[in-house]
Design a protein around this ligand. Structure first.
Ligand SMILES: [Zn+2]
Length: 369
């Protein structure tokens, strides 16, 4: 082949390969963050919690008898059908033990995958953030669900639970969450784990699933194991059998991680993490991205209490730009209305709490959440 024709062949090959190459190198969050509906495929979790995607995702309804989904603009109320079913059952169980209802935070994007903002995990539809603030009595409007803040359960400026804020129904909520056999981890702030270690009497076996981690004092994190029918779902390390209350692992947080640290002479520069691309994810995720979508109605979980009706919320068209502008759930002095202010009775009792001043609590995301 002559030099010139070789050049043309290469150029021709590149013309054909380029779009696919570019596609494979695009940050996966941009592709997954732009799919407003799930992949109409058999339900399956692919990959790992921090590197994966979801087939056949279903949405938890915006309202249920004992729950309200929050931050609707993010469109992250999607999960593996089994996880959505568990959240619903948890809402009924917790209610019986005095929890007014769940405020459902981020689960996954419709097709899972890396997200436009926050979270390294939540990629397979097997992780869910549930607020540590009970649902108010009223049904919140779309706007209230965007702007209302959760309430930290920690005592202001400490790493310990505020005893005036913690109730038996908080403990029972976590107990019920950990009691589902499919749930392998319940992630909470170390202060919360300590509260449970110090106060739970009788059956303490479930405490082994309660795992201390950074953040997670405004919400807790429910993590399910790989569901059946998901052959390329990679399991996480097995849950330990011990409670983790007295083996030193919990003490480490308070004695080492939270201990005042000397500032290093030179500030350590952290390398920015490389963005995940589609080629980093399991092969199935390309099919997931390209699969047809069902209608929102067809892909919404049908609650057990079929007769329940709530005031209808008109959902605006999904926009990735809105997600980037959204508010985090944490309360701050200037932003957000604490959810308790929506309950007249609670705010009258002085429950209207907004953390003040600097709070020495790490809210960074851990490497594997
Ligand atoms: Zn989470």
């Amino acid at each position: 082949m002559g030099k010139l024709s070789k050049f043309f062949c290469t150029a021709l090959a590149l013309t054909f390969l380029a779009p696919e190459y570019v596609y494979a190198q695009t940050p996966a969050k941009k592709l997954f963050g732009n799919r407003p509906l799930p992949a109409a495929l058999k339900p399956a979790a692919h990959g790992f919690y921090t590197k994966g995607c979801l087939s056949g995702g279903v949405a938890i309804p915006v309202d249920g008898p004992n729950w309200q989904a929050m931050r609707l603009s993010r469109n992250r109320r999607w999960g593996h059908p089994e996880l959505i079913g568990i959240i619903e059952k948890l809402s009924y169980k917790a209610k019986k033990d005095g929890w007014n209802g769940l405020l459902v935070g981020d689960i996954s994007q419709p097709r899972g995958g890396p997200m436009l903002t926050g979270h390294r995990s939540h990629q397979m539809g097997l992780d869910a953030d549930l607020w540590l603030t009970p649902m108010p009595d009223k049904r919140m409007t779309y706007k209230e669900r965007e702007n209302t803040s959760a309430i930290s359960v920690l005592k202001n400026g400490t790493n310990f639970v505020d005893q005036s804020r913690w109730t038996r129904s908080h403990t029972m909520l976590l107990y019920h969450a950990a009691s589902f056999p499919q749930i392998e981890r319940v992630l909470v702030h170390p202060g919360i784990k300590k509260q449970l270690c110090d106060t739970v009497k009788g059956n303490r076996k479930w405490l082994s699933k309660i795992r201390p981690t950074w953040g997670h004092h405004y919400h807790f994190h429910l993590r399910m194991g790989c569901p059946s029918g998901s052959p390329d779902c990679k399991r996480q390390n097995a849950t330990p059998t011990k409670t983790g209350c007295s083996d030193g692992s919990l003490d480490w947080w308070f004695n080492v991680e939270f201990a005042p640290k000397k500032k290093p002479a030179k500030p350590v520069k952290k390398k920015p993490r490389r963005e995940l691309t589609v080629s980093d994810l399991p092969n199935a995720c390309q099919l997931v991205l390209n699969a047809n979508a069902p209608t929102l109605e067809a892909a919404t979980h049908k609650p057990i209490a079929a007769a329940f009706v709530a005031p209808e919320i008109k959902l605006p068209k999904y926009s990735a730009a809105n997600v980037l502008r959204g508010k985090p759930i944490e309360a701050s002095k200037s932003k957000g209305t604490p959810v308790s202010s929506l309950n007249a009775s609670q705010s009258a009792a002085g429950f209207n709490y907004v953390p003040q001043g600097p709070i020495p609590i790490p809210t960074l995301r851990p490497f594997v959440q």
